[in-house]
Ligand binder design. Structure first.
Ligand code: WQD
Length: 339
């Protein structure tokens, strides 16, 4: 199956391209390199030995997207391409709504024009807001997201659901990610945020590598075991593999207007301090950090109940948080210029 991977040069996208290839799929990468660079394509080639077709295109440009569909006969689409920084979305909501929603509409329209019927969407646990009960299941009611970023994911899910029900020719799955961390075991691809990382783990590895002075832990007065936030940290390679399972489920699906959502997490919550302690153990580095004020928009604690993805897709996280932190550290050591 030939699969269009939008955002395929990004963190989760690049790891998914590798796993698609290794499972016998034919990935095609479409990315505007807004939050990535061509070096990632070399990393993918280093792992797979392949130069996959790459289109440096913005998903909002319907004419250019159409031209790609004209040229490549796709069997399915995995849509990662979106702005994803929670804090930035609070500062620039219109950019987030425009980019994340328009790109989705463009893809769904062009897929319909070219009769491409399998769609996997990159959603997020942020659609749950701060859940009343934990772990969250897919029937946990969605709450107003704490950020415009999270809201674009919730709106996108509604658009996909309504489109699938109106246009029975398409089958779709939304995967609600928890916190993707780690890197490929070869250290040829990993998380490479442009500028100052907003996510926890790249900030930790850059601090340990001496690129940042110190990590600030955003709040230690939450109602948790040690006062810091709880998250469900999932290895990016495990997450990538969940996308293959989703495609296979869609391919086998006979229901014409099938749409469903799945939590993709480990089912285990850890605090920020527990993650830091684990990082220090696996890396042998003493991390320089201090406790600061809470970050606006942060959810206190969230982690997944992943029974549904386990049973329906036969997918379970195989790697631990320690595995992911060691892979992230090895990746950081690979990309950090030697002093
Ligand atoms: C995790 C925890 C912070 C940085 C968001 C999106 C989610 C996904 C991942 C895309 C929080 C704390 C962080 C720092 C800290 N996005 N932290 N110091 O906000 O849980 O999730 O990014 O895939 O959809 O919502 O991730 O890594 O920013 O924060 O203490 O310098 O680490 O307060 O408790 P988050 P994060």
């Amino acid at each position: 199956m030939k699969i269009l991977v939008t955002g395929g040069a990004g963190f989760i996208g690049s790891h998914t391209v590798v796993e698609l290839h290794e499972a016998g799929f034919e990935p095609v990468i479409l990315d505007n390199l807004y939050n990535s660079n061509r070096e990632v394509l070399n990393g993918i080639k280093g792992i797979t030995g392949k130069d996959f077709p790459f289109y440096e295109i913005d998903c909002n440009d319907i004419e250019k997207v159409r031209a790609v569909f004209e040229k490549e006969k796709f069997d399915g689409v995995i849509h990662f391409a979106a702005y994803k920084a929670v804090g930035e979305s609070v500062e620039k909501p219109l950019n987030y709504y425009e980019n994340n929603i328009i790109s989705l509409l463009v893809l769904l329209k062009v897929m319909k024009e070219y009769n491409v019927d399998k769609f996997v969407f990159s959603s997020s646990c942020t659609v749950y807001g701060q859940p009343d009960a934990l772990p969250v299941t897919e029937s946990t009611p969605r709450k107003p997201a704490n950020s415009p970023y999270g809201n674009t994911k919730a709106i996108a899910e509604d658009i996909i659901r309504d489109h699938v029900h109106s246009a029975p020719g398409i089958k779709a799955i939304s995967l609600r990610y928890f916190n993707p961390i780690g890197a490929h075991k070869t250290s040829l691809i990993g998380e490479l945020p442009n500028g100052v990382p907003s996510n926890l783990v790249p900030f930790i590895t850059q601090t340990a590598a001496g690129l940042r002075k110190s990590l600030t832990v955003f709040g230690s007065d939450y109602d948790t075991a040690d006062g810091t936030c709880v998250r469900d940290f999932i290895h990016v390679v495990d997450l990538a593999k969940a996308h293959l399972k989703a495609l296979q489920l869609l391919d086998a699906q006979t229901e014409k207007n099938y749409y469903d959502v799945f939590n993709v997490g480990t089912g285990q919550g850890y605090t920020v301090l527990e993650l830091i302690n684990t990082f220090e153990k696996v890396s042998g580095e003493k991390l320089n950090y201090s406790i600061g004020p809470r970050r606006e928009g942060d959810v206190e604690k969230i982690y997944a109940q992943s029974d549904k993805v386990n049973s329906v897709m036969k997918w379970t996280a195989e790697k631990t948080m320690a595995d992911a932190l060691l892979d992230a550290w090895n990746w950081q050591l690979k990309i950090t210029p030697k002093k």
